[in-house]
Design a protein around this ligand. Structure first.
Ligand code: NAD
Length: 371
């Protein structure tokens, strides 16, 4: 099969869907790899490295003119016009963007959005949300450390003692857990909050403290259990009690890293302006929910701003700041997904009895398949 790997063109996107390592593996499976010149350069993968892996270096039209196109981000109208009807497309296509999916369907592409894979054991190796959130959770702590004008660990020196940084993590999914682990390694004192009670044990096993907010009604308990491992919007009664507990911790914190998301909805507001005002000057908030509107209304997407003496980081594509490792993990996710749709004879098929394939299938034969 002819497989194309274009250079990503979304502003700030540095990742690439195929690395020289995965290009070599696909080539060994009998495919012809066409990589657009410069596609991997921002992720430390040179044209020479792809050529050494057996790929052909091509131009933009060459990469999009293949039978299967592997991307990081959804194609724009111009990129869609370069793909022939019937082309297969795999990427992070944003399953909630109905308009973009309609455009992909109109271009007659068979497309798969890897973010839609179920959170099951079999799908773990192709779980792009996890692989990218893991990188982002680490990098968020690095960004906080960079903006914070103090140190993380407690230091007892001849010149006096420095107190350990107090960090609050809001939302303990994949990114939040990695943020806890990373901040812990740097010596910070950490407290964390999540709506899902199952998270408490994970937080404590990483040496952090869980901010307990009791579930008082059946409705609260049911909502907290979520669906498919994901959070659901919590009843206002619980959110009010969570707010009181979080506000106390935020006022005492040096750094807040917030990651709270509800799939397909605006991120919940967890850090109010009042809470920001209560923080010490020089404190830092890294709002990882910035792409979904932010967990703090003062966050400005794509910017780092200082408000009420607090630095708010609203970076919207944190994995792209660690392009080499996020690409290498993403490329392995893509390679694993392709095992489900590429045959031993190096042809393409869509097994409709495979739950992962069916969940990821977004468009086929001119129709949006996503429910
Ligand atoms: P996510 O990015 O969708 O959300 C981040 C976190 O925010 C979640 O933990 C969520 O509960 C939390 N949150 C939402 N509203 C909140 C609020 N008001 N206050 C505090 N926290 C709030 O989450 P994710 O990292 O994608 O993980 C989602 C789930 O998938 C988790 O249960 C995770 O363990 C599970 N998971 C399973 C697998 C697998 O089994 N293969 C792999 C990865 C993740």
């Amino acid at each position: 099969m002819l497989i194309g790997v274009p250079l990503e063109t979304v502003a700030g996107e540095t990742r690439v869907a195929v690395t020289p390592e995965t290009a070599k593996k696909l080539k060994a499976q009998g495919h012809t790899m066409r990589v657009q010149s410069g596609a991997g350069i921002a992720a430390a993968a040179t044209d020479e490295a792809y050529a050494a892996a057996g790929a052909e270096i091509t131009d933009r039209a060459g990469a999009f003119g293949c039978e299967l196109v592997l991307k990081v981000r959804a194609p724009d109208a111009d990129e869609l016009s370069l793909m022939k009807p019937g082309t297969a497309l795999v990427g992070m296509l944003n399953p909630f963007d109905k308009d973009a999916l309609a455009r992909i369907a109109a271009a007659q592409l068979t497309s798969f959005a890897l973010e839609a894979a179920p959170r099951t054991t079999r799908a773990q190796s192709m779980d792009v949300l996890s692989s990218q959130a893991n990188v982002a959770g680490y990098k968020a702590v690095m960004m906080a450390a960079d903006k914070y004008q103090r140190l993380f660990p407690m230091l007892m020196t001849a010149a006096g003692t420095i107190k350990a940084a107090r960090i609050v993590i809001l939302g303990v999914g994949v990114a939040g857990l990695q943020a806890i682990a990373t901040a812990k390694r740097l010596g910070a004192v950490i407290e964390a909050s999540d709506v899902r009670p199952s998270v408490k044990e994970q937080v404590e096993s990483l040496g952090a403290k869980f901010i307990d907010v009791a579930y008082e009604t059946a409705e609260e308990k049911e909502a907290a259990e979520g669906v498919g491992g994901y959070a659901r919007p919590m009843p206002q009664s619980w959110l009010d009690r969570q707010k009181i507990e979080v506000a106390k911790r935020v006022a005492a914190a040096d750094i807040v890293i917030s990651t709270a998301l509800i799939p397909g909805r605006a991120a919940p507001v967890l850090i109010t302006e009042e809470m920001v005002k209560s923080m010490k000057p020089g404190s830092v908030i890294v709002d990882m929910a910035a792409p979904a509107g932010g967990n703090c209304p003062l966050t400005e997407a794509g910017k780092t701003v200082v408000k009420h003496g607090v630095t708010l980081v609203g970076e919207t594509n944190i994995p792209a700041l660690v392009a080499a490792d996020s690409s290498s993990l993403y490329a392995r996710n893509v390679l694993d997904f392709l095992k489900l749709v590429l045959t031993k004879e190096a042809t393409f098929n869509v097994p409709m009895d495979d739950d992962i394939v069916v969940a990821c299938l977004m468009t086929q034969s001119g129709e949006v398949k996503r429910k």
